[in-house]
Design a binder for this molecule. Structure first.
Ligand SMILES: *Cc1c(COP(=O)(O)O)cnc(C)c1O
Length: 392
């Protein structure tokens, strides 16, 4: 089966992890801060906090921004469930903003309309979490403008988008957000096996993130509420978690970072080959906006003339042909758990339409030319053969 995504691990990566295994520190050693500095330097952000996953980074990012009971957080329905779950962990309510069909990203128009209505009803969100689908940044400048007008905070879920650029700057520079979160799950651009990172330009937020990552414990005398008992002393001053990244993971992430730019160039090349060779009246590529450079975590297309039955038959045919075509994403609001919270079919029409049309094709730096060719030919031949019965 040709996978839709796959990690690339080099001998250098293996050596880096083995070195840590032979060192004094498997966790809470020097590799984690080294990885944090490398990522914050790369992105042009001031601070970074490594975690054991992007999911934990999203959770403590919400907490650091003060998300609590009675607050509302908004995100995109076309994302992985973690983008929404983080709000619920904080006891807040979650709501969704419909997407722009052409990019799959949060629609700025839909956001503005929803904000106007929320202002009248006195239920503005505390935090909005735009998700950079497939590695292309959302329109952050416009979302940031709305944040100033309607007074909400922004967490960029850039789980797909490390190495991407927006208006000439790296995603993660946080010019238009409070915190940006990356994932280093093996299917993403670079991996630390499991792992995540929150970056920010606000020192106070960085401090809070690091405290929440490690049980809510501080060893900074300035934060303590009573005098030190001695050199062993620390204080727990709030309820935190063990969301720490290990030094093994950080060493792998650091080593992977050396290859990241070449991974992204390769991903863009392969995407270009799909763009050039997959031309069919039923296929639309995700629109790439000007001044956006995608990291191409995913290659998503839309089958614009297919009904959901034909869409399903295309994916099944690809899988039967040994190609792990995928669908990103099942709209979060249609997950049974979210339905139990009151969301229902029809709530976000563009997201639902996107789901019925989207197909993710294999894309990773080790995808061989003959594999990519097989993907292209299999998809094209099937589309030519199958009669499209329903025009949408
Ligand atoms: C992968 C992913 C996450 C979660 O990342 P983990 O590191 O696996 O916790 C969150 N949001 C999006 C958009 C993702 O793709």
């Amino acid at each position: 089966m040709i996978p839709y995504g796959k990690q690339s691990i080099s001998q250098d990566d293996i050596d880096a992890v083995v070195d840590v295994l032979k060192s004094d520190w498997l966790t809470q050693g020097p590799k984690v801060p080294e990885f944090e500095s490398a990522i914050s330097n790369y992105c042009g952000a001031q601070h970074a906090c490594a975690t054991n996953s992007a999911t934990s980074a999203l959770h403590i990012a919400c907490l650091a921004l003060g998300v609590a009971k009675n607050d509302s957080v908004w995100t995109s329905p076309i994302s992985f469930v973690a983008s929404a779950n983080c709000a619920l962990y904080c006891g807040a309510t979650i709501d969704f903003v419909d997407i722009d069909l052409e990019t799959g990203n949060m629609s700025v128009n839909a956001l503005e309309n929803k904000l106007k209505a929320a202002k009248e009803n006195n239920c503005l969100p505390k935090v909005v979490i735009p998700v950079h689908l497939a590695g292309q940044s959302c329109n952050m400048q416009a979302i940031h403008k709305l944040a100033l007008k309607y007074d909400f905070k922004i967490i960029e879920d850039a789980s797909h988008a490390i190495g991407a650029k927006y208006l000439g700057k790296q995603v993660g520079c946080c010019e238009f957000s409070d915190i940006t979160v990356f994932s280093f799950h093996p299917v993403k651009i670079i991996t630390s096996a499991e792992g995540g990172m929150a970056v920010t330009n606000v020192q106070k937020l960085a401090k809070r993130l690091k405290r929440l990552r490690s049980h809510g414990i501080t060893s900074d005398p300035a934060e303590m509420t009573e005098p030190s008992h001695g050199p062993w002393y620390y204080q727990q001053i709030e309820l935190g978690f063990n969301y720490r990244m290990t030094d093994l993971q950080a060493a792998l992430g650091l080593s992977q970072l050396n290859e990241m730019n070449s991974f992204i160039i390769k991903r863009n090349e392969l995407a270009g080959i799909y763009n050039d060779n997959l031309t069919h009246s039923n296929l639309i590529h995700l629109k790439q906006s000007v001044n956006h450079y995608s990291s191409y975590h995913l290659y998503i297309m839309r089958l614009v003339n297919s009904d959901s039955k034909h869409h399903k038959s295309v994916i099944c045919h690809m899988r039967e042909s040994g190609i792990n075509a995928h669908v990103h994403y099942i709209p979060i609001h249609l997950q049974p758990y979210y339905k139990s919270l009151g969301f229902k079919l029809g709530d976000y029409p563009n997201a639902e339409r996107f789901y019925n049309q989207a197909i993710t094709l294999p894309l990773h730096p080790t995808l061989a030319p003959e594999q990519q060719d097989k993907v292209i030919q299999t998809l094209k031949n099937y589309l030519i053969k199958t009669i499209i019965t329903t025009k949408v």
